[in-house]
Design a protein around this ligand. Structure first.
Ligand code: NDP
Length: 397
């Protein structure tokens, strides 16, 4: 059905490549390209399908990307490099006539700030070029938006309260490690919290608000209010929402390490002089922390991510909780990666599948909740991320 180019050979890229290879009827030709080609070759070896091509590319460089796109001629690029590369890859897509999908919104390297405005600004150019760009198609953002769209389509006349809840109850047996790229992860968590209420954004201190939430098959976990990028598009696309929040669980050990990292200046993203060389402390920290891709082997337990929604149906209030639990060991056995990479990579593959099947083909730049959620929800059940629903239970939020 179509040619796909995966950019990035980290934890998420590895899962995307495995899942793409499992669906050869949709993905007829595959290439994986990244900064370090040997990592792409290792992924292909692990999959055991030598027909998957590999290439080296610096995705910060539009010209290099254009040359690669013109050589391989993919129909769609799955961008699972880092958020810093979103705009260069989108530019290259426009220059070469390629469609685009990613899992995280653009962030400039020198400011820990993320918002969709930079990518939404491309809407007219993608529309005029007849190209589709699908933004934020991992789990959260990604499935969180698709769950919301599914709830709005089938179970509510008005969604009024949305709480996205993200629990990782896994144990990787390391004193401190992040589950995806440490630089991106620590930048996200150390920012101020933010949520949406009655048409306004409310800012909190980092990790200021927390409460115990009970996760299916896991139990109660201390959950912290964070700002997360999908809140920005969801309140725009579902204007009946009165309040939207995002919660993530953290253990005390993790938070203690994080506090120390911040207090000693290791979370800084500005350059410091060290022995005549300029280094960014957070990038140096990434080099000495465990590689998230190596956590899988000893990872036990599961993740549980879902949407808790309150609103009106036929004039009556109702609640709805839709979620997936993903087991780290099962993810590892299938792809060699832990559950956090798995829950991101599977939806990215499904998004590209939706595009190639013509179900999510619409020139312009779109967030996932703007497409029909039904065929995507159907694939989640088939591709390893089955979902469950609880109606009219206590949402706790
Ligand atoms: P990793 O750090 O494991 O992998 C990133 C990959 O991108 C590496 O292979 C890296 O190459 C490559 N890369 C980085 N810079 C460049 C560049 N300039 N040119 C080419 N390749 C480059 O990250 P993850 O796999 O954990 O995360 C991938 C993406 O997924 C991130 O954007 C992250 O924010 C997103 N994500 C989204 C989630 C969601 O639910 N929506 C959840 C988790 C992650 P090298 O190996 O040489 O460094």
């Amino acid at each position: 059905m179509g040619k796909v180019l995966i950019i990035g050979a980290g934890g998420v890229g590895t899962v995307v490549a495995h899942k793409v290879a499992q669906n050869p009827d949709v993905f007829t030709e595959v290439m994986i390209a990244s900064r370090t080609k040997s990592k792409c070759d290792a992924v292909v070896k692990a999959i055991g399908n030598p027909a998957i091509q590999t290439a080296q590319v610096d995705a910060d460089c539009v010209d290099e990307l254009v040359a690669l796109f013109n050589r391989f001629k993919p129909e769609i690029v799955i961008n699972v490099a880092l958020p810093y590369q979103d705009l260069t890859i989108m530019e290259a897509c426009l220059k070469s006539g390629v469609n685009y999908l990613d899992t995280a919104n653009y962030e400039p390297k020198d400011v820990a700030h993320f918002e969709y405005s930079w990518q939404w600004a491309y809407k007219k150019r993608f529309a005029e070029a007849g190209l589709t760009a699908i933004l934020g198609c991992g789990f959260d953002p990604g499935v969180s938006g698709i769950y919301t769209a599914y709830a709005a389509k089938h179970h509510f006349d008005r969604i009024e309260y949305l709480d996205i809840v993200d629990c990782n109850a896994g144990n990787h047996h390391k004193a401190f490690a992040t589950n995806f790229n440490p630089e991106i992860n620590i930048r996200e968590i150390t920012q101020n919290g933010r949520y949406y209420e009655n048409g306004q954004w409310v800012t909190t201190r980092p990790l200021e608000i927390h409460k115990d939430l009970t996760y299916p098959n896991i139990g109660p976990r201390d959950s912290y209010l964070l700002y997360h990028e999908e809140l920005e598009s969801l309140v725009k696309n579902f204007p009946t929402i009165k309040r939207a929040r995002f919660w993530m669980t953290f253990g005390q050990e993790y938070l203690t390490h994080l506090r120390v990292i911040q207090n000693i200046g290791m979370a800084r993203i500005d350059e410091v002089e060290y022995n005549g060389t300029k280094i960014v402390p957070l990038q140096f920290l990434k080099a000495v922390l465990p590689n998230p891709q190596d956590l899988g082997e000893n990872y036990e337990g599961e993740t549980s991510i879902g949407c808790r929604i309150r609103g009106l149906k036929d004039g009556k209030e109702r609640t709805y909780y839709v979620y997936n639990n993903c087991n780290h060991q099962e993810a590892y056995k299938e792809t060699g990666m832990q559950g956090v990479s798995y829950t991101t990579g599977v939806p990215a593959m499904i998004g590209a599948m939706m595009f190639l099947k013509g179900l999510w083909k619409r020139p312009g730049v779109w967030n996932v909740e703007e497409f029909d959620p039904d065929p995507f929800m159907e694939q989640l059940n088939k591709q390893g991320l089955p979902w469950h629903e609880i109606f009219d239970g206590d949402l706790e939020v």
